[in-house]
Write a protein that binds this ligand. Structure first.
Ligand code: SAM
Length: 285
């Protein structure tokens, strides 16, 4: 069954009385070239396992299962079950968990269902309404995964893969760089989906497999600093940071100088190393 064929999809959905849920970000891929590329560029091959978030009718699930030894997918919408039973029939290496990924203990899921696999990759066409929380969950929980290859809204892709210290950078950019090496792989236009969203998309890959590039003595403080600094992205960060941390402005300003940061700096001007240095200086106070 060709799962990117519009008539096949329409027939499948109407036979099962399925209607798209906008609230769940249900835009299903109809461009046949995209899923094989996600699977391949995402690292899927014999001997590896994949985790998918949001199966839809199984178009990417199938491509992952053709390449990996095992696929575990988390899908929130139980209405898709009879459809997936039909579209993925015959695949013995796919397990679908019907649950909200944000409420799923992914460490336990990996332990229980993918124990024994050294190379685990996350591949997904993410529901856009939860792009950042899903990515942060995957990174912050320090799961034993080698890479996260996901389709997201194009603007989000550019923000997630931006260099720290540029205008495109936000708090999430710093977080992504802290945990991984990001790369924007390719763009996908809005016409590649059914129904068509109002925005274009892009596929990014976050490599999480290498050694940690940065380390700080207090990660919680590091992310408080980053969030507070970017709370007014285009403005000087001294004021919001002083308010959020309860540190007197003059004292904080001295700390900035000790770290080689101008007291008038805006968050988008700081490099990763400067955020790290500032965190260490503040935690030593
Ligand atoms: N992979 C399919 C494709 O590429 O055509 C579907 C992608 S669609 C953009 C997003 C999918 O994520 C939908 O199937 C939706 O039901 C599912 N989803 C939405 N919120 C979710 C959540 N919190 N946890 C797990 N799945 C979710």
């Amino acid at each position: 069954m060709e799962l990117t064929d519009i008539n096949t999809i329409k027939d499948l959905l109407s036979r099962n009385g399925f209607s798209f849920s906008k609230a769940l970000g249900q835009n299903f891929l109809t461009n046949p070239t995209v899923c094989p590329r996600i699977a391949e560029m995402g690292g899927c091959r014999r001997g590896t396992a994949a985790i998918e978030i949001g199966t839809g009718i199984g178009v990417l699930t199938k491509e992952l299962a053709l390449r990996c030894d095992k696929v575990v997918a988390v899908e929130i919408d139980k209405r898709l079950k009879p459809i997936l039973d039909e579209t993925l029939e015959g695949f013995g290496n796919i397990e679908i968990v019907f649950a909200d990924v944000l409420k799923t203990d992914l460490s336990a899921l990996i332990r229980e269902k993918l124990g024994g696999y050294e190379d685990i990759y996350v591949c997904a066409n993410l529901p856009y309404y939860i792009t950042s929380p899903v990515i942060m969950k995957l990174l912050e929980e320090r799961l034993p995964i080698k890479a996260v290859t996901v389709m997201v809204q194009r603007e989000a892709a550019e923000r997630l893969c931006a260099e720290v210290g540029t205008r495109e950078c936000g708090a999430v950019t710093v977080a992504v760089r802290y945990y991984s090496v990001p790369e924007l792989l390719f763009r996908v236009n809005r016409g590649s989906f059914m129904p068509s969203p109002n925005v274009d998309s892009a596929v990014i890959r976050l490599d999480t497999g290498g050694a940690a590039r940065y380390s700080v003595s207090d990660e919680k403080l590091f992310f408080r600093i980053v969030r507070a600094s970017f709370s007014q992205r285009r403005k000087q960060m001294l004021n919001p940071l002083s308010a959020a941390l309860g540190i007197d402005k003059a004292v904080l300003s001295d700390m900035f100088v000790q770290c080689g940061i101008k007291p008038t700096a805006r968050p988008e001007e700081l490099k990763m190393e400067e955020f790290v240095a500032l965190c260490e200086r503040i935690s030593a106070k």
